[in-house]
Ligand binder design. Structure first.
Ligand code: C5P
Length: 397
């Protein structure tokens, strides 16, 4: 039987986007049942969701579409996940305090399924201490937030409060429902993104890493039940729900952060594109423009993964090798030199692979000499395939 997602829709202007969320979840093979608040009906009609999902839409706590069945108990028990998108400040407050004065909040109380919440509201309402306190209460209780994005609201105000991207919500929820929970009690440490090495207070040496692969690996691990710490360079990506994110700028800062979390991890995935060199002497004030040549002296950065792998104990260590030539040769050399258990190599010169794009194609090399070529697929799928390989590698070790 298909997995069931209960989609709760509240009366935010973004309620119309819930129709696309429902369709997206169904495209991923999920059965969707919609529960609306009465305010949501001011924004979008229940008939839209009923037609899209093929299921009745519940609103009032006493709605019983099938005679003889108590809908709020049955739907609550059959749900594999409950997603509230968009969630308003009012519904967050009710959820935080366990109120149950309509079908949505009654179902949320009656279910033991994981609760995912994608809020959408005016930025002032989102940042209000009352709302933030409710978010904290719900987070501590295990709810997973898909945080709102920054943008211009329907009312014209600008700030944090826009519903997260529909596709991001769909991928997040579908991933959470469909993936195996085989990383429970595994503590995972991941680096992601670029490092920025200062030249002067306004300039830096960086690279084109978007952080997407590392963030997808963090999210996939979390979906499979791991406890995840993500050490991130500067990126413009939302923090994956349920993941502890520590932001760093330079390779030296990233190394310090990794060293202080390495002890407590079982698996370390070094997905960051760490700058191999940094300016030898960053200037303390901005260098003015002139017509002279400017030669920048660079010194090597510490190798983060090699530094910690030197005393890895029984931890499983995974590195990446982004190459433009001699992919296999370079990857195997790095696997050995850095003391890794697994290296994921990709040819970043080929289209649809590596930096900035949403797809990737990796070849995995295990320390025991076995290689596995993964197909070109989304970074989310690639991340899950990588975790499959890491689990196999750990068992074989
Ligand atoms: O040597 P190269 O930069 O190609 O190695 C790539 C792998 O090593 C990646 O896993 C990357 O995260 C890691 N690395 C590191 N510290 C560096 C350079 C690379 O951890 N300074």
């Amino acid at each position: 039987m298909n997995k069931q997602v209960l989609l709760g829709v509240c009366g935010s202007i973004a309620a119309y986007k819930a129709a696309d969320i429902a369709r997206g979840l169904m495209r991923e093979g999920l059965n969707v049942r919609v529960v609306m608040t009465t305010h949501a009906m001011q924004m979008i009609a229940p008939a839209t969701f009923a037609a899209l999902t093929g299921n009745p839409v519940l609103i009032d706590a006493f709605d019983e579409p099938v005679a003889g069945q108590i809908a709020h108990i049955q739907w609550a028990q059959e749900a594999d996940l409950i997603l509230i998108a968009p969630a308003t400040a009012h519904t967050l407050a009710k959820l935080a305090h366990g109120l149950a004065d309509d079908m949505l909040t009654t179902l949320a109380l009656a279910t033991t399924a994981p609760l995912y919440i994608a809020p959408a509201m005016n930025p002032a309402m989102w940042s209000h201490p009352a709302t933030q306190h409710n978010v904290q209460i719900l987070t501590e209780r295990g709810a997973q937030f898909i945080p709102p994005a920054f943008g211009i609201m329907a009312c014209g105000d600008e700030g944090w409060g826009k519903l997260a991207e529909v596709e991001a919500i769909v991928q997040h929820v579908a991933g959470a429902v469909l993936c195996p929970k085989d990383l429970q009690e595994v503590r995972v440490l991941i680096t992601a993104g670029p490092t920025y090495e200062p030249i002067d207070p306004v300039r830096f040496v960086g690279n084109r890493s978007s952080g997407k692969m590392g963030y997808a690996i963090a999210q996939a691990a979390r979906e499979r039940g791991a406890e995840v710490t993500l050490i991130s360079g500067p990126v413009s990506l939302p923090a994956p729900a349920g993941v502890e994110v520590i932001f760093t700028q330079t390779a030296d800062q990233m190394l310090t952060a990794v060293q202080s979390h390495f002890e407590a991890c079982d698996v370390f995935v070094a997905a960051a594109a760490v700058a191999d060199y940094k300016p030898a002497q960053p200037l303390s004030s901005k260098r003015k423009r002139d017509s002279k040549l400017w030669a920048l002296e660079m010194v090597p950065n510490p190798d983060i993964v090699a530094t910690v792998a030197a005393h890895k104990g029984n931890r499983y260590i995974v590195g990446f090798a982004a190459e433009t030539d001699k992919v296999v040769e370079n990857a195997l050399h790095k696997l050995k030199k850095k003391g890794l258990d697994l290296i994921a190599a990709n040819d970043v010169s080929a289209p649809g692979r590596g930096f900035e794009v949403d797809t990737n194609q990796l070849t995995l090399f295990f320390a025991n000499g076995i290689a596995r070529e993964l197909p070109l697929m989304s970074k989310r799928e690639t991340a899950h395939a990588l975790w499959d390989a890491i689990l196999e590698g750990r068992h074989a070790k």
